[in-house]
Design a protein around this ligand. Structure first.
Ligand code: THU
Length: 140
């Protein structure tokens, strides 16, 4: 269980990183903030591409930044999204991002915070968002 202060810091960081979204095609801007077990916060935004397929979601940007820095243990992620000129909307992670997260995060303890502000958010266990997941345990 995170402190309210840390939860709000994660939401704040996700909101800040959303400002870096490169999303000229969809106009939908997403920000994420991933908390590692050693207390670091990795921010990410969605990065689109003219060929569409190479587009990377905010959650995976944050995750891949962390893993590429040698960090692989995580506690929680905050995610915010919404249209470029509009209000923040409840933005649930796509299936690919859920699967990418479960590669590194324990679905029974890892928390996904979804919300629209530093005050308005709710935490979900990864297990709730991705039940019966296929994980490294199935393969290794
Ligand atoms: N997007 C994310 O960044 N995260 C999600 O979980 C859902 C979708 C991005 C991808 C694309 O740039 C835009 O939102 C519209 O789908």
């Amino acid at each position: 269980m995170l402190t309210k202060e840390l939860e709000q810091k994660l939401m704040h960081t996700a909101i800040e990183y959303r400002k870096r979204s490169y999303s000229p095609y969809s106009g939908f801007q997403v920000g994420a903030a991933l908390l590692s077990a050693d207390g670091q916060i990795f921010g990410g935004c969605n990065i689109e591409n003219a060929a569409f397929g190479p587009t990377n979601c905010a959650e995976r940007t944050a995750l891949f930044k962390a893993v590429s820095e040698g960090v692989k243990d995580f506690i929680a992620i905050a995610i915010v999204g919404g249209k470029a000129e509009g209000e923040l909307e409840f933005c649930s992670p796509c299936g690919v991002c859920r699967q990418a997260l479960v590669e590194f995060c324990d679905p029974k303890t890892f928390v996904v915070y979804l919300g629209t502000s530093e005050e308005d958010y709710k935490g979900y266990l990864l297990e709730e968002l991705l039940p019966y997941s296929f994980t490294p345990k199935n393969v290794l």
